[in-house]
Design a binder for this molecule. Structure first.
Ligand code: SRM
Ligand code: SF4
Length: 572
């Protein structure tokens, strides 16, 4: 199968490759480590494997210094991420997550930018009952992290309900079919007995093989005109083509990703490129072959350059497409026209098909908890107790109470009112268009605050917005605590990347519909300078913008920032 032209980079394999190789298909010594009681943590090797089971060992960084002073080990705890294709959960599943978060986690649920639940603060000895609880409600955490295909995203758009349902079914099928086949998860967490004997490698992991992928792999499906899933940020993006209200197939886009490292120009965010069109029933074949190309030619030596976007840029898009066609044994058709107009959510009640209603709830920073004056978690719990439809977690960290009958709508409205649950419409459109990654205190990679800080920064930006009559302008604003880009910062019309406590790089010029990356405007600035910069640019936007001109387009036309035309010129 190896192509003469295409080659994987040379170089010694990274340590993670060794760990995977020695792990016996993701088992390692995890079973024993989880039983060991001397430390609340686990070894680095096991932690690497743990990711493939949907979890990370973390420590509470707010307590780090104090515990160090007291010569205690860090306040170890686990983060757990659920695999929830398309972000769809039943009311019963919501209740289970709520219960587990309160029993074993830190009493909060994080709705992530990839449409799923994360729980934080789980102690080692509570991991097994938590995973078992999730499994009993027909969800799992397999492959939610790690060097495999991750949670498959799919449009959460409630007003194209028929197509949504069909596309959701495809995202679920893709997610299930592309799962690792090893039984390690079932043995470690669900007490499954290991079958004796040494099975054939082909039988254990026919697609991934014993080393799995060089890096994580992500798939998202968008239905135009909504690009809520930021389809071009995915390793493999699928754009549903709908003709006469029917799904006819998908445009295929490859090679997107957001992560980079400060000061390292060999790393950059990149947008996926559209390479053709296929019929719905062909997407598994396409996904599998794209994944195997990355498996065979991705960089296993440097994890910083291991994502598929770098493989595509290194090998050349045309060569990768040729290889894909060879592996498929057939060729993609020419891509069909499509048009996106936004990547945010639409809030409040929207009527879908068959007389069913959908309510998009604004969840700031995706954090569901009971605040002192806002009983958000309790309110949603009360809805889940009577709701007969579904919940849809959106790519913008919000929540859709979906498929509500007219009769139930009244009851749900009463609960919404009782708990003051908000669709965010009384906030500025800027706040409703904000995304922030978790960052401190749980993320081990955070260099600055994001989720805990962005709301207060927006309070101050809102004053400028208000003074300039921009209250209803949906300007996407995204903040991450480091350049990994978990809130897809490079696709925010205003983006901030954490550099150090209280310091951010500021980015401008991304397209409102997720089709153009931003560019750095100012480096390493604090709140005062951020407000000074926006205090000049936003009033100009208010006065000088053309009709319907989005902020990201305006800053380029006005000469405030140069357009990024490709990820490879992101740093220029
Ligand atoms: Fe992410 C790592 C949180 C979406 C790019 N991400 C992490 C870790 C696990 C930190 C770590 O490695 O120790 C973060 C855990 C923080 C915590 O305390 O919970 C973390 N990522 C998140 C979430 C929860 C952010 C959020 O606030 O919603 C998102 C969970 C998604 C999910 O449900 O699966 C999340 N991460 C993303 C996205 C957005 C997306 O996928 O649409 C990206 C950019 C897209 C991409 O992958 O290119 C993203 N996360 C990263 C990277 C950089 C990867 C790279 O290519 O360089 C890392 C670091 C790494 O992999 O080494 C990372
Ligand atoms: Fe952590 Fe960085 Fe991701 Fe934010 S962007 S959650 S700080 S890894």
């Amino acid at each position: 199968m190896a192509n003469q032209i295409l080659k994987a980079p040379e170089g010694a394999p990274s340590d993670v490759e060794r760990i995977k190789e020695e792990s016996d298909y993701l088992r390692g010594t995890l079973k024993e480590s989880m039983l060991e009681r001397l430390s609340a943590g686990i070894s680095d090797d096991d932690n690497r494997l743990m990711k493939h089971h949907g979890s990370y060992l973390q420590d509470d960084r707010d307590l780090r210094n104090e515990r160090q002073k007291q010569k205690l080990e860090p306040a170890y705890q686990f983060m757990l991420r659920v695999r929830l294709p398309g972000g769809v959960a039943t009311p019963d599943q919501w209740l289970v997550m709520d219960d587990l978060a309160n029993k074993y986690g830190n009493g909060t649920l994080k709705l992530t930018t990839r449409m799923t639940f994360q729980m934080h603060g789980i102690l080692k000895w509570n991991m097994k009952p938590t995973i078992q609880g999730i499994h009993a409600s027909l969800m799992d955490t397999i492959a939610a992290c790690g060097d495999v295909n991750r949670n498959v995203m799919c449009v959460a758009n409630p007003y194209q309900s028929t197509v949504h349902e069909e596309v959701y079914q495809w995202s679920k099928k893709l997610s299930d079919d592309l799962l690792p086949r090893t039984r390690a998860y079932h043995e470690i967490w669900l007490d499954e007995e290991r079958v004796a004997g040494t099975p054939d490698i082909e039988e254990v992991e026919p697609m991934y093989g014993p080393l799995y992928l060089p890096r994580k792999f992500k798939i998202g499906i968008a239905v135009p005109p909504s690009n809520d899933v930021d389809v071009f940020s995915q390793d493999l993006g699928l754009i549903a083509i709908v003709e006469n209200d029917k799904l006819v197939g998908f445009n295929v886009a490859i090679g997107g990703g957001m992560g980079m490292s400060h000061g390292d120009k060999a790393t950059y965010p990149q947008l996926a490129k559209v390479i053709g069109f296929c019929k719905p029933e062909q997407i598994y074949d396409v996904a599998e072959k794209v994944i195997t190309i990355q498996r065979d030619y991705g960089n296993r030596s440097s994890r910083k350059n291991a994502r598929f976007k770098y493989t595509v840029d290194r090998l050349g898009l045309e060569n990768v497409v040729e290889e894909l066609h060879n592996r498929l044994g057939w060729s993609l058709d020419e891509a069909k026209p499509f048009n996106f107009d936004h990547n945010g959510d639409r809030y409040g009640w929207v009527k879908g098909v068959k007389g069913k209603w959908n309510f998009t709830l604004f969840i700031e920073g995706g954090r569901v908890t009971d605040y002192e004056n806002y009983k958000l978690m309790t309110g949603i719990r009360e809805i889940a107790k009577i709701h007969k439809g579904d919940f849809r977690l959106t790519a913008n960290q919000n929540l859709i109470i979906g498929n509500v009958s007219t009769q139930k709508k009244k009851k749900i409205d009463e609960i919404i009112e009782k708990y003051g649950l908000t669709d965010g419409k009384h906030y500025s459109a800027l706040r409703r268009s904000a995304l922030a990654c978790v960052a401190l205190p749980t993320c081990g990679l955070a260099m600055a605050e994001a989720e805990r800080y962005l709301p207060t920064l927006i309070d101050k930006i809102d004053e400028i917005v208000d003074q300039n009559g921009l209250n209803d302008k949906e300007i996407t604003i995204r903040m991450t605590g480091c350049p990994n880009g978990c809130a897809r910062h490079a696709l925010g019309e205003i983006g901030f990347i954490g550099k150090a406590p209280g310091k951010y790089n500021m980015y401008l010029g991304a397209a409102h519909d997720g089709t153009r990356l931003s560019k750095m405007y100012r480096e390493n600035i604090g709140e005062e300078e951020i407000l000074k910069e926006l205090g000049t640019i936003l009033p100009r936007y208010a006065k000088e913008r053309k009709e319907n001109e989005h902020f990201g387009d305006f800053v380029i036309r006005a000469g405030i920032i140069k357009a990024t035309t490709d990820g490879t010129n992101f740093h220029d």
